[in-house]
Design a binder for this molecule. Structure first.
Ligand SMILES: [Zn+2]
Length: 340
């Protein structure tokens, strides 16, 4: 009987050792120490034993009971401790973890390429100059040899402000005059900036758009110089060789004036639907600065000459990125903006 008790003790002890959950320990406790547990039953059956061994078996059984109870308690508190630690681990905050990155914005496609354009011209010796977006009649029209009866002054073309003399500039050319008034040639500038027209909006027109103006004044500057500068600009901007051609064109502030075409980017000059089968795309207006404009800015046309050009920056950016609607630039549509 004592031998059986010993085996029972070993078996119970082993089970406690193997137990990994509180539920298992509860089961073991019930199995051995519960009302119908093995040890309890042995105690109940003591009366059936011979008197000689009764005391000894009783004593031994009670000792095993106490021992097992202590073992189980020890294991229970051990498991509870582990659980607590696990819980704490879950709640623990690592203050050294880098914070989640905030959503950063990026430059607008017009700004990205405006900077690119400035970089190209700056490298050719042109300074970037800015001027006011609200102009008066003198700088926007008169000084640029645009007479009073010129259709560009019509209320349908120009956004006049309440004060009769003020308007939202229709081109960046007024900055030419402002700059020449204060600086002696030789000079080379580009003027990027917003311009405004009272246009009905469609895929290629908006009431607000960007222009890049260029001006070079020196003692001997010719149309050939202009062609070289602009061809080099296109080559760098589109990152491929581009052919440029000059056609006669009329602008009041230049004489002679040119329309500038460049070879079609899509077909390389062979003719396609983009260039309407001509192989050329109209890019800008330019010309040799009109003597009246030089005079208006306080320069003597007998001593100085030069070229000026103006192009739509939105158009350039649209060609570079293959964007088909100018209105996307100011739409604030993130699906559009995120592509750049
Ligand atoms: Zn083409």
């Amino acid at each position: 009987m004592l031998k059986d008790l010993k085996e029972l003790k070993n078996k119970a002890q082993e089970e406690v050792k193997q137990a990994n959950t509180l539920r298992e320990l509860e089961r073991i406790s019930k199995e051995y120490l519960g009302k119908k547990g093995e040890l309890t039953q042995i105690l109940h059956s003591l009366k059936d034993l011979p008197k000689t061994s009764r005391a000894e078996v009783g004593k031994e059984t009670n000792e095993i009971r106490e021992f097992l109870k202590a073992e189980i308690d020890k294991k229970v508190s051990g498991l509870e401790e582990t659980d607590k630690k696990e819980e704490e681990k879950k709640e623990w905050i690592d203050i050294s973890t880098p914070a989640p990155k905030p959503n950063l914005g990026h430059l607008h496609p017009l700004t990205i390429l405006k900077r690119k354009i400035e970089e190209i011209f700056n490298n050719m010796g042109f300074a970037t100059i800015e001027g006011p977006e609200v102009e008066n009649e003198w700088y926007n029209f008169d000084a640029l040899n645009i007479p009073k009866n010129h259709p560009a002054r019509d209320a349908w073309d120009t956004l006049w402000l309440k004060d009769d003399d003020l308007l939202l500039r229709t081109h960046t050319s007024p900055v030419q005059i402002r700059y020449m008034e204060k600086h002696q040639p030789p000079l080379r500038i580009i003027v990027p900036g917003k311009t405004f027209r009272r246009d009905a909006t469609d895929a290629s027109h908006d009431v607000q758009f960007f222009q890049i103006e260029g001006l070079m004044i020196d003692k001997e500057v010719s149309a050939a110089n202009f062609k070289a500068v602009i061809q080099e600009f296109f080559r760098q901007f589109f990152a491929k060789p581009i052919k440029v051609r000059l056609r006669p064109g009329f602008f009041p502030f230049v004489e002679p004036g040119f329309e500038i075409d460049m070879s079609c980017l899509v077909c390389g000059g062979k003719g396609c639907s983009t260039c309407q089968k001509t192989g050329w795309i109209e890019m800008m207006g330019a010309g040799m600065v009109h003597p009246n404009v030089l005079k208006a800015a306080g320069l003597n046309p007998k001593h100085w000459q030069g070229f000026a050009f103006g192009m739509g920056m939105d158009r350039l950016v649209m060609m570079k990125y293959k964007i088909n609607d100018i209105r996307l630039f100011n739409s604030g549509d993130l699906r559009f903006l995120k592509q750049f």
